[in-house]
Ligand binder design. Structure first.
Ligand code: ADP
Ligand code: ZN
Ligand code: ZN
Length: 697
């Protein structure tokens, strides 16, 4: 017997026994790792531990307890021992693990990675000395110091600044306050109908019962105004915010507050859904249709869908809110799986939705991107002293830099994509891999100095507008103008304070902002999405146009929206002009049903990445052949041929993918389970990943 085996302890009955635990580690490997448990304290599932990992140390999570093995059998083991345990496992409760396990299973992602990567970095990454960062102790102590909130019937959050609810809002609030058990709602309310007010009132009442509330928002940008509003209105309750741009200590503190049940309301972007919430009683997913709820790397999860699963597991109501619900959620409400709450009117008295007009660019050819009717409307709006939004979904100055002599186009050397010209800082940037360089003085092919931009981004439209309206204050809002901390807030503050006449921006300006004085919205450059090969493009465009239209006319006074297009007869526009989401959804839904596309079928994609496309395709062909052998018997799962991605090379790596479809979700997942066994056994240089419910195809 090897008495130097760590974890071998003297026990009263058997003489010697070995105690061991199964530990989850953040590694791209499926399964757990067994370590000896050398401590006299009993191990607890959910406990964070430090384990040796190759030559390093890593944070792991105790996932399972091994039955003690008696000493003689223990001699067969040669286990490394857990070095230290970091907490008592109470915060990473069974309830939390249930959601994490579901996510790992559903998205076919390694459980250790899912569990650990959902935690703030300080809780899962050791410092240079292989110790837990001191930040963790600070954050824990911070949460411990907070007083336990004592809830009583008299603690009523301050609703004095709240407007009196209209009947539709009151009905929605009543339903959400009375809801018990798992009960999903779709709050379908036109832009400006006061959905936020409904959330606030429902939350206030649910807080009084001592419940914790999770509020998910699609974008980091939306969290500061939401935080300010919720804090102001839910006085006496602790509201915290969580998103990926928070400083590490702030995020860790917020995590401890929420996980220990001290904080009452968590306002978070998608990662918020993976935070333990011991008293959770109500879940809100605002702008549920927003594509930002989909995580696009690592575990590619859909936070809205996980929020529903969370509510189901915790047996509590959940409300999804949108003016343009996703077709997935709309179908569920049609099938009565979600109860619908409708807000059909704008909440502010006198406010109205803008009238939508189409400008046919065949009749009014744009000069520098703007047609005459658009310029005219902008002028009139300025003269009337009102603000305008010019929306186009492309940042930079020009999407291509072209030589006028030889036709050379600046391309990224690492990607199969053009470099985007950013004029302000005289750079060329690749929006795929992030590579950047200075704009060349002359054509690299022929030496000609006459280079010009082809196409238009927000920077160029900003420049054109400044030229057309020299006295107007033009402000640009996009990922480039808001890159630095606080910039976004500054720009929005200016816009709200009326210090801006024309706001130019990407979809960033369309989301959630409650501007008071927008009299005109102009949408440019929409045509590419109308006939795109991406089947979700029209749904996305319609939602964006409805959202950006919704920024106008939010107070008294009429407002207009002008859309420049070559295809004014497209049915999407007739629905837009009527502000009729239902008409759009019905026609889109019919198309999807006929084509057996989601939400009438379920999909997954297998992506393969390698320096040579040929290797990607070969890998996928093999995967397909193996997959077809699995589903030959069943015939319910359909595997498409591998295809290169439309931007095939990014950062020097070529990419291909294949689509797997089924009309039955259980069949698809049964197939994926078996397929994964084969995939994970593959050795080779091709990197692959599986994406369930992909949105970008
Ligand atoms: P949504 O999220 O549905 O687009 P908001 O919640 O932003 O709408 O509300 C739009 C505006 O209407 C806000 O300024 C809000 O304060 C106001 N509002 C909401 N409910 C009422 C109400 N019952 N009476 C008057 N104003 C309201
Ligand atoms: Zn040239
Ligand atoms: Zn690139």
């Amino acid at each position: 017997m090897k008495t130097d085996q760590p974890g071998l302890i003297r026990s009263t009955q058997n003489g010697w026994e070995l105690r061991a635990v199964d530990v989850l580690v953040a590694a791209p490997l499926y399964g757990t790792f067994t370590y000896a448990w050398p401590f006299s304290d009993d191990p607890i599932v959910g406990q964070r531990v430090i384990v040796p990992w190759g030559r390093q140390k890593r944070v792991g999570l105790v996932h399972g307890l091994r039955a003690a093995v008696d000493g003689d059998a223990a001699s067969d083991y040669d286990l490394k021992a857990v070095e230290r345990f970091l907490d008592d496992g109470r915060l990473l409760s069974a309830q939390w693990r249930q959601l994490i396990e579901f996510a790992a299973r559903y998205y076919h992602h390694p459980l250790g990675t899912v569990a650990l990567e959902s935690l703030p970095k300080a809780l899962r990454v050791l410092n240079a000395k292989s110790e837990e960062p001191v930040m963790v102790e600070k954050a824990r102590a911070h949460a411990d110091r907070l007083a336990e909130w004592v809830h009583s019937e008299h603690d009523s959050p301050s609703m004095n600044e709240a407007p009196a609810l209209n009947p539709a809002q009151s009905a929605a609030v009543a339903a959400l306050v009375d809801a018990r058990g798992f009960d999903p709602y779709l709050l379908y309310g036109v832009t400006g109908s006061g959905k936020t007010e409904v959330y606030l009132h429902a939350i206030a009442q649910r807080l009084r019962r001592g419940e914790q509330v999770l509020v998910l928002l699609p974008e980091i940008n939306l969290t500061p105004p939401a935080m300010a509003l919720y804090q102001k209105r839910l006085t006496g309750h602790r509201v915290v915010v969580m998103h990926s741009n928070l400083p590490e200590l702030a995020r860790t503190k917020a995590w401890f507050e929420v996980a220990s049940g001290k904080a009452d309301v968590l306002i978070g972007t998608r990662l918020g859904v993976l935070t333990p919430m011991p008293r959770l009683g109500f879940v809100v997913v605002d702008e549920e249709h927003d594509p930002s709820y989909k995580q696009q790397d690592g575990m590619r999860y859909q936070a809205r869908d996980l929020a529903l699963m969370l509510a189901k597991q915790r047996n509590c109501p959940v409300v999804l809110g949108s003016a343009t619900p996703s077709l997935e959620s709309w179908l569920k409400s049609e099938q009565s799986a979600y109860k619908r709450l409708d807000l059909t009117q704008r909440a502010v008295p006198g406010a109205s939705l803008p009238t939508v007009e189409l400008v046919n660019t065949a009749n009014f050819p744009p000069k520098e991107g703007l047609s005459e009717p658009v310029i005219q409307a902008l002028r009139e709006n300025l003269d009337a002293g009102r603000q305008a939004i010019v929306f186009l979904n492309r940042r930079g100055y020009a999407p291509q830099l072209v030589c006028n002599a030889c036709g050379w186009v600046a391309n990224c050397e690492h990607c199969s994509a053009h470099m985007v010209w950013h004029k302000r800082d005289m750079s060329l940037r690749c929006h795929h891999c992030g590579a950047g360089q200075r704009v060349p003085q002359a054509c690299v092919c022929c030496g000609n100095q006459d280079l010009s931009g082809f196409g238009r981004g927000t920077q160029r439209v900003e420049e054109v507008l400044e030229g057309l309206f020299p006295s107007a204050r033009v402000l640009r809002l996009d990922a480039d103008s808001t890159r630095n901390k606080g910039q976004m807030e500054d720009l929005l503050e200016k816009a709200h304070a009326g210090e801006v006449d024309i706001l130019v921006g990407t979809q960033m300006i369309s989301k959630g902002h409650d501007f008071a004085n927008i009299g005109l919205v102009v949408a440019l450059n929409v045509d590419a999405s109308l006939y795109s090969h991406a089947y979700r493009a029209p749904e996305r465009l319609f939602a964006q146009l409805m959202q950006v239209a919704g920024r106008a006319g939010r107070r008294a006074g009429s407002a207009r929206m002008l859309v420049q297009t070559r295809y004014p007869q497209h049915p999407l526009f007739s629905a837009l002009m009527a502000h009729d989401y239902v008409r759009f959804a019905d026609s889109e839904m019919q198309g999807r049903r006929e084509a057996r596309m989601p939400p009438f079928s379920y999909q997954a994609t297998l992506r393969a990445d390698h320096r040579h496309l040929g290797n990607c395709i070969e890998f996928l062909r093999n995967a397909k052949a193996f997959g077809e052998a699995i589903c030959a018997a069943e015939g319910t799962v359909f595997l498409c041929d591998p295809v290169p991605l439309s931007v095939v090379r990014v950062g020097g790596i070529e990419r291909a993918q294949m689509l797997v479809e089924s009309e039955s979700r259980p069949s698809l997942h049964a197939f994926l389970n078996e397929w994964m066994n084969w995939l994970t056994a593959q050795k080779g240089a091709v990197k692959w990943f599986l994406e369930v419910d992909p949105v970008e195809l």
